[in-house]
Design a protein around this ligand. Structure first.
Ligand code: ADP
Length: 278
């Protein structure tokens, strides 16, 4: 049997080549696959939503992490964009506000958890508190190093409450990042995406990779494993994240529910007779 995409991309202790395309037979085939994945994703998301209407507790949390220009926004647009936005809750986590800083680091992610029936998307996440915070020494090592276990416990609670957690590290190469940053600089319609910190942050590449390795190693658990998506090729990224979501939603075996206490026969009869008498 072919290995699932989840099995192929689950963190296994080594980072793949960012240009790799495991599980696909090239761009044309991936595009074709994606065209058939899209309606399946939309159908499953609607089932997820429908099941919550009758008391189901299932939800999905798609968490996206990656260096600048790794494609987090593109993944939201192209992958999450395939399903009904009414069933999604998308949250981007930037520099913490004063209020957020006054709380525990997990406060803001707890508030952003998807409700039953929703697909929640985290564009950046609680992991920033062991990534940027570690690289910039925003808190002492003793503080951030205790956070891995806190994150694991938090994710395990989310899973117990009915969430399927899909954590994706969009893994790009420094060369690809350079090309993408140059494209932004050279294209006036992309200038709004350029930040003064982009290049200084890029110079800390090795520190960020070390921090990512820490997060992947310490927080890839059985209930909430990390998936590493080689992300230099955008078509592969979209195929891979869509496939991860599809496999996750398919596992839930969601049927079409009928609310308790509905007498459909009687309702039908009433409507039909109304039409006949008018
Ligand atoms: P993006 O770069 O994702 O498009 P922004 O321009 O708003 O969005 O950048 C978000 C910035 O906020 C990133 O530099 C990120 O590292 C930073 N950030 C996110 N979470 C934290 C945190 N907990 N502490 C410090 N900085 C953070």
């Amino acid at each position: 049997m072919a290995k699932s995409v989840r099995d192929q991309l689950r963190w296994n202790g080594t980072l793949p080549d960012p240009r790799d395309t495991p599980g696909t037979k090239g761009k044309a085939q991936a595009r074709k696959d994606l065209a058939s994945i899209a309606p399946k994703l939309a159908d499953l998301q609607e089932r997820l939503f429908a099941n919550a209407k009758v008391g189901g507790d299932r939800k999905v949390l798609l968490l996206l992490q990656g260096m600048d220009a790794s494609g987090k926004d593109g993944t939201v647009k192209h992958v999450v964009g395939q399903v009904n936005p009414a069933g999604c809750r998308i949250t981007s986590f930037g520099k913490p506000t004063k209020e957020e800083l006054a709380h525990d680091f997990l406060w803001r992610t707890t508030n952003a958890l998807p409700a039953a029936g929703q697909i929640g998307v985290f564009n950046r996440s609680q992991y920033e508190d062991v990534l940027v915070v570690r690289v910039h020494e925003l808190v002492p090592r003793a503080t951030w190093s205790r956070r891995y276990a806190r994150i694991n416990a938090w994710e395990s609670r989310a899973v117990k409450s009915g969430a399927s957690v899909v954590k994706v590290f969009l893994h790009i190469s420094p060369d690809e990042q350079k090309q993408r940053l140059l494209e932004r600089i050279d294209n006036p319609t992309k200038h709004w995406k350029v930040g003064t910190a982009d290049i200084p942050e890029r110079h800390r590449w090795a520190d960020y990779q070390a921090a990512y390795l820490g997060a992947l190693t310490r927080c890839s658990t059985d209930v909430a494993p990390w998936y590493v998506v080689p992300a230099d090729r955008k078509w592969y990224r979209d195929w891979a994240v869509s496939s991860l979501l599809l496999e996750t939603l398919s596992d839930l075996e969601l049927g079409w529910p009928t609310p308790d206490g509905l007498d459909l026969k009687a309702m039908r009869k009433e409507l039909v007779s109304e039409a006949a008498s008018s």
